[in-house]
Design a protein around this ligand. Structure first.
Ligand code: NAP
Length: 259
């Protein structure tokens, strides 16, 4: 399966750390040429350097997913450096935690602009090149939070993650005639620098709610994205895959205690 990724030009937004960095690593390991995108150029360069140090093909590009000009420059950079855009992993996102009563309209807008509008803008900028690929692939990083579950403080975040799936289902129909597929990975709790920032108690509590007994790793999301991007997944579009160690399944804490 993974062989079909070799030589492909792959853009990963939000690849300077966390899940995006894991996605970039998985694609690079399978022979893709990866554009590592984030706002902070130094962090993106450090992540790209790690991949190059492992013998892979990667380079950094600084861009803000909330800006169409940046997204167009990003797509152009992939074309200039790697000959086109075959795969877009629309992964960049933010998840500040604030409850509705304290949430400002500006805080709401910032999360929508990054997670939801950012998905739209990155897709819009890459479509002209994905059309030329002949095997264009878009993989969105959504979440279980919003489409399936809720968590206090993440109403704005959950709205964006569910919104990404609504966007995807119509995009799938508009892009099908170009042979472009668009699918979404829905991670549960994945260990990243960002999640670690929420503290050890949060991490421990989350692991206790997962039937497999531990949090996911960034590569777990990378492998699901790799599958959607592969040639073998060519007849799958507009679909989702939950990668959460079974987290959404227990119907009560009691169900977990009886395992
Ligand atoms: P993270 O560790 O905080 O990394 C976020 C990445 O996105 C960084 O590379 C950051 O780089 C980039 N980014 C943020 N805002 C950006 C913008 N406006 N333009 C371009 N790049 C931007 O986050 P993560 O946990 O890996 O999350 C990545 C994705 O996975 C998000 O969509 C999130 O919703 C989803 N997710 C995560 C989890 C989890 O458990 N970690 C679970 C479910 C879903 P710069 O700051 O330099 O721009």
């Amino acid at each position: 399966m993974a062989e079909s990724i070799r030589g492909k030009s792959v853009i990963v937004t939000g690849a300077s750390k966390g899940i995006g960095k894991g996605i970039a690593r998985v694609f690079a390991k399978h022979g893709a040429k990866v554009l590592v995108v984030g706002r902070d150029l130094a962090s993106a360069e450090a992540a790209a350097r790690e991949l190059v140090g492992m013998g892979h093909t990667a380079s950094a590009f600084s861009a803000d997913v909330t800006k169409l000009d940046d997204m167009e420059a990003m797509a152009k950079a992939a074309v200039d450096r790697y000959g086109g855009v075959d795969v877009l992993c629309a992964n960049a996102g933010m998840f500040p935690q604030v409850k509705i009563e304290e949430m400002s309209p500006e805080a709401w807008d910032e999360v929508q602009a990054t997670n939801l509008k950012g998905t739209f803008l990155s897709v819009k900028a890459c479509v002209p090149y994905l059309k030329k690929s002949g095997e264009g692939r878009i993989v969105i990083t959504s979440s279980i939070t919003g489409p399936v579950t809720g968590f206090p403080g993440w109403s704005h975040y959950g709205a964006t993650k569910a919104g990404q799936l609504g966007f995807m289902r119509t995009a799938c129909m508009e892009l099908a005639k170009y042979g472009i597929t668009i699918n979404a990975v829905m991670p549960g709790n994945i260990v990243t620098e960002g999640l670690e920032g929420l503290g050890p108690d949060y991490m421990k509590g989350m692991a206790a709610s997962v039937p497999l007994g531990h949090l996911g790793e960034v590569e777990d999301i990378g492998h699901a994205a790799l599958f959607f991007a592969s040639r073998e997944a060519r007849y799958i579009t507009g679909q989702t895959i939950i990668v959460d160690g079974g987290q959404i399944l227990p119907e009560s804490p009691d169900a977990l205690s009886q395992m």
